[in-house]
Design a protein. Structure first.
Length: 274
């Protein structure tokens, strides 16, 4: 059902006015569609389209506005032959996106925001990304206490997987995501990355979303100033290399070309060891 020949590159399109990574650059539909075509040309294996910002502190929009933002973008890009994923926590938006041509569901809440998301996945049989999640953006950074971040995140992901399967989702549809930056401090993110093989060993494809995130800006800070989001792509590609070498199924990235190159280098090196 899912290509595992090498680490897959998921290109990101935020059709929002307030994304941390691009500040609304792709909020206009035509700009978003053109950007999607550029990501495909740069080597994206799939495109992830989202209409609601999930950056820390972001306020929610209603479902109608979310659908309005993404509909035309998904419809236009779906004919490219490149799989289109929808980044949403709402079942009604998921159904709308699938009807428009999307073929994958990327739920950053892992089914916890809207349990009906499992019904959509079970009925349609499309791949479903279950991300580790503890709460919506406006409160998620108040939910960062862990006894052991790796064990706790794995345990909570297992609960989400069990809930999905109980609702009829086939285990072969499920992709897991440890949720870097979601209810996690920068140190938590680095610890999860250090133990990423433990997530791979759970037996589900793993999607990793590290691209341009704040913990990279903190790492690359100069004179106390965070490295701007748009200047974190080389570090993001470095993490694609780390992820690919660890057996991660896919990475969600803003700059496709650098990460696609990194994944192909790892793939070629791996062939030498066979």
């Amino acid at each position: 059902m899912l290509d595992a020949s090498r680490c897959q590159i998921m290109g990101v399109i935020n059709v929002t006015p307030d994304s941390f990574s691009d500040g609304g650059k792709w909020f206009d539909h035509e700009a978003a569609i053109d950007h999607g075509r550029d990501l495909i040309a740069a080597g994206a294996d799939m495109i992830d389209v989202g209409g609601e910002s999930t950056r820390p502190g972001a306020l929610r929009i209603d479902a109608d506005e979310e659908m309005r933002r993404i509909s035309a973008v998904i419809r236009e890009l779906a004919g490219s032959g490149t799989p289109i994923s929808v980044d949403t926590t709402r079942a009604v938006v998921a159904r709308h996106a699938l009807a428009a041509g999307a073929s994958m569901l990327n739920d950053v809440s892992g089914g916890r925001a809207d349990p009906q998301m499992f019904e959509v996945a079970a009925e349609t049989g499309v791949p479903l990304v279950l991300m580790h999640w503890r709460g919506h953006s406006e409160r998620m950074q108040d939910l960062t206490h862990y006894d052991d971040v790796v064990k706790d995140v794995i345990g909570e992901l297992r609960e989400q997987v069990r809930a999905a399967k109980a609702a009829g989702v086939d285990g072969r549809q499920i992709i897991i995501d440890p949720g870097l930056g979601f209810s996690k401090t920068g140190d938590h993110n680095w610890t999860v990355l250090h133990h990423i093989t433990e997530f791979v060993e759970l037996g589900f494809p793993v999607l990793l979303g590290a691209s341009r995130k704040r913990f990279l800006g903190e790492l690359l800070a100069h004179d106390g100033q965070l490295r701007p989001a748009q200047d974190r792509d080389a570090a993001s590609a470095a993490l694609t290399t780390v992820a690919a070498m660890a057996g991660v199924w896919g990475v969600r990235v803003h700059d496709v070309e650098q990460s696609a190159d990194a994944a192909r280098v790892v793939e070629r090196m791996a062939r030498e060891g066979r």
